[in-house]
Design a protein. Structure first.
Length: 115
């Protein structure tokens, strides 16, 4: 299993950014995918999850209405569209899946929201 995130960067407050996570090594469409984030000095936090077929999504309260998780099973890719970004969204964002009872993580991509 390999997960590779991309799309992080520096964004001004109120701006938007889309993260991508390319997956390989497992039957992508059969598994839920999640985005987590970890800010400096804080524990890793679950941000959003999407089911294998993409029919159901869940979000942490702090991003509801601003972030959208989606997936393209033909491209083995999951996305996180982030709008109305706030400084408190600054963190390293990680892609995750649970496959055969083990958690797999990408290397992370840094998002910094600052003016």
């Amino acid at each position: 299993v390999q997960l590779v995130e991309s799309g992080g960067g520096l964004v001004q407050p109120g701006g938007s950014l889309r993260l991508s996570c390319a997956a390989s090594g497992f039957t992508f469409s059969g598994y839920a995918m999640s985005w987590y984030r970890q800010a400096p000095g804080k524990e890793r936090e679950l941000v959003a999850t999407i089911t294998g077929a993409g029919g159901r999504t869940n979000y942490v309260d702090s991003v509801k209405g601003r972030f959208t998780i989606s997936r393209d099973n033909a491209k083995n890719t999951v996305y996180l569209q982030m709008n109305s970004l706030k400084p408190e969204d600054t963190a390293v964002y990680y892609c995750n899946t649970r496959w055969r009872r083990s958690d797999y993580w990408g290397q992370g991509t840094q998002l910094t929201v600052s003016s």
